[in-house]
Design a protein around this ligand. Sequence first.
Ligand SMILES: Nc1nc2c(c(=O)[nH]1)N[C@H]1C(S)=C(S)[C@@H](COP(=O)(O)OP(=O)(O)OC[C@H]3O[C@@H](n4cnc5c(=O)[nH]c(N)nc54)[C@H](O)[C@@H]3O)O[C@H]1N2
Ligand SMILES: Nc1nc2c(c(=O)[nH]1)N[C@H]1C(S)=C(S)[C@@H](COP(=O)(O)OP(=O)(O)OC[C@H]3O[C@@H](n4cnc5c(=O)[nH]c(N)nc54)[C@H](O)[C@@H]3O)O[C@H]1N2
Ligand code: SF4
Ligand SMILES: [Mo]
Length: 692
Amino acid sequence: MTSRTVRGACPHDCPDTCAMLVTVERAATGAERVTGVKGNAEHPPTRGFLCTKVSNYEQRTHSPDRVKTPLKRIGAKGEGRFVPITWDEALDEIASRFKQLAESDEGAETILPYSYAGTLGLVQSQSMDRRFFHRLGASLLDRTICASAGTAGYRATIGASVGTDPERFSEARLIILWGTNTITSNVHLWTQILEAKKRGARVVCIDPRRTRTADASDEHIAPLPGTDGALGLGMMHVIFRDGLEDKSYLDEHCLGADDLREQVKAFTPERVAEICGIEAETVVRLAREYATTRPAVIRINYGMQRHAGGGMATRTLACLPAVVGAWRDAAGGILLSTSGTFPLNYTALERPDLMPTPHPRTLNMSALGDVLTEVDDPPVRALYVYGSNPAAIAPEQRKVLQGLMREDLFLVVHEIFMTDTCDYADIILPATTQLEQFDIHKAYGHLYLVLNEPAIRPLHEAKCNSDVFRLLAARMNFNDACFRDTDEEIARQALTSNHKNLDGITLEGLREKGFARLNLPETFAPFAEGNFLTASGKCELRADALTAQGLPAVPDYIAPRESALSNPTLAARFPLALITPAAHAFCNSTFGNLPKQLKMEAAPFVEINPHDAQARGIVDGENVRLINERGACELKAVVTLRARRGVVVSPSVWWNKLSPGGVNVNQLASQALTDMGGGATFYDTLVEVKAV
Ligand SMILES: Nc1nc2c(c(=O)[nH]1)N[C@H]1C(S)=C(S)[C@@H](COP(=O)(O)OP(=O)(O)OC[C@H]3O[C@@H](n4cnc5c(=O)[nH]c(N)nc54)[C@H](O)[C@@H]3O)O[C@H]1N2
Ligand SMILES: Nc1nc2c(c(=O)[nH]1)N[C@H]1C(S)=C(S)[C@@H](COP(=O)(O)OP(=O)(O)OC[C@H]3O[C@@H](n4cnc5c(=O)[nH]c(N)nc54)[C@H](O)[C@@H]3O)O[C@H]1N2
Ligand code: SF4
Ligand SMILES: [Mo]
């Protein structure tokens, strides 16, 4: 038995993008097996540890439940009965169906790729796949399911997804964790926060749910879901009223300070307290502490985004550090995502020039139910799913499943496991895991590129995404040279944008260490001297461009679509606000079938406040039914003060087939979109809860 260590990158949809060290053992027979993974201690963000989801990754890769060969459906859609076929048979069938559709009168727009963040790797999820569908002329997919509302809102204020360097958080004196369950979904930032706490920083968590992050913070403020924008405006009301703003920062580096000062006059602490369901005194105290403590940093994540006003809420909070001049400190400011700090050559990766002109239409992934059941002209007749599990994760699940059940829909699913989506497939293709493929990763929660070398050869008959698209391209007779690029060539192309942030970074260097920090100063303080990434170069407290989208130029409060205050008629029937945040041991629906992670999460449950439970005769531990106009699902009730009054919480995303009745909470979520970015509104959902 010999053993070696391979450098890898965690591929999952997580801000931390950990650098991994993978141990491979080789038996005398030559057979190789991964026997363990650990965090790379040399990579500053990873600090030598992996989270509970990934620390036993070898069990995911070597799981007996892998999809092992291509499969063809023999049962009814949704039934999950398949027989093995060869790769040649599978690829021939896909290519011939695609050719038929492309040559039909309706054309290639009848074909839709559907992918999200099964892997975040640039080679496996943002290059050969995009090239293939561009060349095919397939409908374009607007990838909105997670971050597009906040990205658009943040961009309107700051200009791009650039924020405070997470490695500076340990030097902050006040850290506001806003709509983020940091310990669960960004655990490596928590190490920084612990260091800051040791040095005397105060940590405030703003979250409707008492999460484990709230438990570990110094203060927990629990506003009603979707009201963060109002809270931000109320803070700015107090800051301007009390003269605590940074006048010279506003004068020199911002647009529209006077307009904002006028606008926030209406957001008195009393009014804000009523909207948010908190005390007026809390608004005042938080505002004063924020304006008078330096360095002060805000970590926002996705909690405030998945609501009707998610874009505007993010934009509003992004104004805060400019108003108090928090950007002056490297450890001050705000962080949503660092992805805009990676100026890679996305054009070379994705090759949009391969698209026919005029460009094909764009369909929004967050409205997949409607896309499959309502869109005609032309209808979607083939769906190719990879790196995503829409049957479980997409909103208004009844409609999604109705769409996936369509007899005339040709559904291909490229997967590692037999997910809920696989059950509806015509053809299933076996996918590799990260330990069996090559990739290069940027991050959205730190400033390093990370390389992933394959640790072992693909198991069973699995193939990685890029290989499948190469094979399909050959069968479709796409002769463009880019379809012959190797994975390594693609990684090199990513680095060719000639941007100073990439100076000195090469594939060879990445191979040597496994990662490379972007070429940025060690104390990166992006907006200490203004230089915002907006068209004006200023922090746009007033963004006139927004009026063209029918949005106010100056931040204003946009209420949730479904809440007691904004929709009392609906709330009379469905009085409780449901939020379904990230489960600790899953990553979306990923890991939701693995023994260790399932044991940790135990069972799909809903947290309900004792007051709300008692009013409905609900007892802790019994099963309850969540209902609204869109659907219903059954969960175990956990009666707890972790859920505030009026709010119920169900950590997600559980597999449908492992949930009571075979459906999950996305039965209840709506396909309505956010104010900006066309995002999903998972946490803007009223329900009633009934004992069963
Ligand atoms: N363990 C684990 N880690 C993950 C994931 C996972 O599923 N599990 N998913 C990954 C992905 S894809 C993403 S996008 C990120 C998400 O990372 P986060 O943004 O941290 O995750 P969420 O759980 O969506 O929301 C964060 C918190 O916001 C709260 N929240 C809900 N609505 C509101 C609101 O209106 N206002 C405020 N202030 N808070 C609100 C929720 O209760 C939750 O605790 O995590 C990534 N990491
Ligand atoms: N109710 C509710 N719903 C939600 C959310 C929520 O908080 N609440 N969160 C939303 C968010 S933030 C997001 S990002 C979406 C996520 O939605 P998805 O991106 O669909 O995420 P996953 O459920 O993790 O599914 C990813 C799938 O990709 C597969 N996969 C992994 N690597 C590869 C690969 O290399 N190749 C191929 N072909 N497949 C691979 C995995 O096995 C997994 O089944 O869900 C959204 N849905
Ligand atoms: S999921 Fe996140 S924290 Fe866990 S190993 Fe991957 S990158 Fe690191
Ligand atoms: Mo996400």
